[in-house]
Design a protein around this ligand. Sequence first.
Ligand code: UDP
Length: 319
Amino acid sequence: MKILITGGAGFIGSHLAEKLLAKGHFVIIMDNFHTGTKENIRHLLGSPYLDIVRHDITQPYRIEADMIYNLACPASPIHYQRSPVRTVEACVMGPINALALAHDIKARVLQASTSEIYGNPAVHPQKEDYWGNVNPIGTRSCYDEGKRVAETLFFDFHREAGVDIRVARIFNTYGPKMSPDDGRVVSNFVLQALRGDPITIYGDGAQTRSFCYVTDMVDGLIRLMHKDDFTGPVNLGNPDERTIKEIAELIVKLTGSSSKIIFKALPKDDPERRNPDISLAKNVLDWEPKVSLEEGLPEVIDYFRPLAKANSSPEKMPR
Ligand code: UDP
């Protein structure tokens, strides 16, 4: 099949492109290289089954494809808060353009939604029928509300025009090729531990997240895309919930670091708890994560080790 991935040079997108190429598909990566990098897809560049298009998804485009994965969007709080208006544009115009194209060319289209649509959840663990607890005017709102309206657009195009949609709610995901400078907890802690710098816990570290290894996430996305008669939304994530303090201690242990843990102010609207109920994904997609944190984190540590030494970013290629 011919498969378009918007945001295909990003963290999850580049792993997805690699997997789809390995399965024998023709892959078209579309990216504006705002947060994605060519470095992430450097190893794929020689493939005759790969096309790369530099394009901003907020502008309309026309490409022939059988399937579209709409992954393009800044996803870390640092990135999406840097240009919040552009983040809203990516969340709204990106889906409108992807859905209009899917309608025209009769392609199936999958939206990378997010656990952020649950906001600071009052229900725990989060199930797909929970409507969320989101601040509409806070500093996270550009992403949270943007991704919520993206889901609305997907279901309206589905109801109004019969577009063949899939919606995945992606929970925290980690793995090699995470950006070293996007301020994510796993990348921050691993780099800090490798460099012997203080580990910066925001707040008291009692807030929780549940971390899914990227290959498990990619497997879930592909299963959802290929599942007939099922739109979702469906939670994809690892239900193994840990406190941020536990994550810090585990990373210190796995790296053998002498870093001290320090505490900094908690960012505003930082969700206190997050844990996916994945019974729907288990039942419908026969999917559940296989890679534990204890297995996945060493892969990330190995990925970041040379970067930590060089004290540099992995971006060796121009954007
Ligand atoms: N966090 C932290 N120290 C850091 C980076 C993040 O304590 O150096 C915390 C952050 O406040 C949040 C959790 O780790 O409670 C996860 O943050 P991340 O930005 O990775 O993801 P998100 O908040 O979007 O789930």
